[in-house]
Design a protein around this ligand. Structure first.
Ligand code: SF4
Length: 238
């Protein structure tokens, strides 16, 4: 991708004197976003289990659809591991239907609660006492849980300091020349782990700010850099 929307072209007569872009560090990005957007207070959920359910249901769909599915589960008193474990699969499929791919997602939810019961007696508290890397490996072994879902569960439900990579974040990094557009999940994640303090609160806030940036300005079809708080970190055009 070319950065065709860089705010202002460098003066033709004196390119050597063009002001350099401010330092493109992840800390500088964070402060610029936080200053403009303020605290985000993510994830939108009432309990850690609801975060987990949301992280599974949000795969390949918009959050508004997830909200409808979660409302169905709440009205049916199923937002607890034991209740979700007992409910018939066909009923669960009907309830999560608004989130799309409902058959697969109902099975994924069942797979998660079976894992929780088998390995931790149904206790999220016990599960989250595991060391981050060990629990991550176990989550990834569950049917239907990939890196982004596992990391969302670890960070937002369990307060484990691990950065969640998503399409918005990878797009922003690559448009700023910090990664290749096809960068691997773990490679992009490693940049955040290397450059920032490993703090869950910072990671939740930062990820939420990047998602908001992706929705407001860094659209897939068009980057609106002139209005974006990260516009000043783009290299001036030569
Ligand atoms: S994050 Fe903002 S400044 Fe950077 S490419 Fe996207 S829209 Fe442009």
């Amino acid at each position: 991708m070319t950065l065709a929307l860089v705010s202002a072209p460098a003066p033709a007569a004196s390119p050597a004197l063009a002001a350099p872009a401010p330092e493109r560090t992840l800390s500088a990005f964070y402060h610029a976003l936080h200053q403009r957007l303020g605290p985000q207070h993510w994830w939108p959920a009432e309990t850690p289990f609801e975060v987990i359910v949301g992280a599974i249901l949000t795969q390949s769909t918009a959050w508004t659809n997830v909200e409808r599915a979660i409302a169905n589960l709440r009205n049916a008193s199923l937002l607890q591991p034991a209740a979700l474990s007992r409910v018939r699969l066909s009923r669960l499929e009907r309830l999560v239907r608004p989130s799309g791919y409902y058959r697969q997602k109902a099975r994924k939810l069942k797979a998660f609660v079976r894992f929780l019961e088998r390995e931790y007696g149904g206790s999220l508290e016990r599960m989250f006492r595991e060391p981050t890397d060990a629990l991550r490996a176990r989550l990834l072994a569950i049917h239907g849980i990939g890196p982004e879902t596992a990391d969302s569960i670890l960070l937002y439900a369990g307060n484990h300091p691990i950065f969640v990579m998503d399409a918005y974040t990878r797009r922003i990094l690559s448009r700023h020349g910090l990664t290749h557009p096809d960068v691997e999940y773990h490679e992009a994640q490693a940049i955040f782990h290397r450059e920032l303090p490993r703090e869950a609160r910072l990671f939740t806030e930062y990820h939420a700010l990047l998602v908001e940036t992706g929705k407001r300005w860094c659209l897939k079809s068009k980057a609106q850099c002139g209005e974006c708080p990260l516009g000043r970190f783009l290299e001036p055009k030569q």
